[in-house]
Design a protein around this ligand. Structure first.
Ligand code: SF4
Length: 411
């Protein structure tokens, strides 16, 4: 959106500065995100009562009937309308009529392509390849906010990556709401692996990192083709959510712990030193102490490199929010702490294995007196800063580690 405004000649200022237009890209993933979205909208009006305050995105999409109550919003645009953000705002300014434009995402069939616009860090670009999700997990509002699976055309993705590679970017991260479903809506057999095979051919690109994937994607056939692609990073984020089959069923997740473990084994066999990361929700409605212990034991067995632990937070409008046996806050806190401790222990053990080994690092930036970057399996590595090697790939011998990163010397 920033890029679109820049192209149209607008000046972008920091949020806390006085502006003529404030755009708040809202989130709705939990009840708390809704509350925060409303607070920021009020804050914008408070900064300049004469400004045009525009709410866009997921909160607007889901709360469309209730937006009238928030008087600070001058204009509300849904998740599809943000693609045409500039013209939607200019139309509003010219006519000052429609206060809200929120189309029905549930019946949208095509991926709305922003054009060659991408979020780019210095050495890594995030490429969105699909939107929407058809899974309807019982705790999740996303399918209602983003609609059905819509995939971006392979040609458009390749064109964007080629452009950013020409600018010197060496690594791309493939993201979406549910990238495992990529291509499902094309109905011609295209799937994520076809896309990755095309991306892998791009000259000058060095690394392809996958965003969060679902275990159901990892089949022998998928891995057979994936391992032929030399640019794929040996780092996979496999969303688990719970290590107990009963809890997974209530979550409406579509795999069992046994199937999940099967995927982990396939990945560990296929990729040396693979880094596996995951998300886990603790305190899901009805999660007894016994169920939690089952999850704990499962996680202890799998030993992920890192775990993102979320305390379940009810989201109005989802099945789980009205389930009985909601878990008390202090119990969620206790379970979260236990998993975070396990995560730190596993992370340290995983990292220690690299002391004495040589790894390949894509350097990103100078941090204090260190030059830091990441390996293909997403380990942060620092070397003493001697010269600016930003955006260069070097072999580094790992000698030690501190709390934050592995420490080494360039070979
Ligand atoms: S797969 Fe992910 S985005 Fe889709 S409903 Fe489940 S949690 Fe939400």
């Amino acid at each position: 959106m920033i890029q679109k405004f820049k192209e149209a000649g607008y000046k972008i200022v920091e949020f806390e500065e006085i502006a003529d237009i404030y755009i708040i890209n809202t989130c709705t993933v939990t009840n708390i995100s809704d509350k925060k979205s409303r607070q920021i909208l009020r804050r914008a009006k408070h900064l300049n009562k004469d400004a045009l305050v525009v709410a866009v995105g997921c909160y607007v999409q889901v709360a469309k009937e209730n937006l009238e109550k928030i008087e600070e919003i001058d204009l509300a645009l849904g998740t599809s309308e943000k693609n045409e953000i500039v013209s939607n705002i200019e139309k509003y300014i010219a006519n000052n009529t429609e206060k809200s434009r929120v189309s029905d995402v549930m019946h949208q069939n095509n991926f709305l392509d922003f054009g060659a616009v991408t979020y780019t860090e210095k050495t890594r670009a995030v490429i969105k390849v699909q939107d929407g999700c058809d899974r309807f997990c019982s705790y999740c509002i996303i399918p209602y906010a983003r609609g059905r699976v819509r995939s971006r055309k392979i040609e458009s993705i390749i064109q964007e990556i080629e452009q950013i590679v020409q600018k010197g970017i060496k690594e791309v991260v493939i993201t979406g709401i549910h990238i495992a479903s990529y291509g499902k809506d094309f109905k011609d057999g295209t799937s994520l692996i076809n896309l990755l095979e095309e991306i892998n051919k791009i000259e000058g690109l060095k690394r392809i990192r996958l965003g969060s994937i679902e275990p159901t994607l990892i089949t022998d056939e998928f891995i057979k083709r994936l391992t032929k692609l030399d640019k794929i990073c040996n780092h996979f984020h496999l969303s688990l959510q719970s290590g107990c089959d009963e809890t997974l069923k209530r979550m409406s997740r579509r795999y069992t712990t046994q199937e999940f473990e099967g995927c982990v084994n396939i990945l560990r066999k296929a990729y040396t030193d693979v880094a596996l990361t995951t998300d886990v929700i603790v305190g899901f409605p009805g999660e007894t102490e016994k169920e939690f212990n089952t999850t704990y034991e499962f996680l202890n067995k799998i030993k992920f490199y890192q775990m993102h632990v979320f305390k379940y937070s009810p989201r109005m409008g989802t099945k789980a929010a009205v389930m009985g046996n909601q878990v008390p806050g202090e119990e969620k806190e206790k379970r979260s702490k236990m998993l975070l401790e396990l995560s730190s222990k596993n992370e340290e053990e995983y990292k220690e294995k690299f002391i004495g080994k040589t790894v390949e690092v894509l350097f990103e930036e100078k941090e204090n007196n260190k030059l830091v970057g990441h390996t293909s399996n997403y380990l942060k590595v620092g070397v003493d800063f001697k010269e600016n090697l930003e955006n260069e790939i070097k072999q580094v011998l790992i000698k030690d580690l501190d709390e934050e990163m592995l420490l080494g010397e360039i070979n």
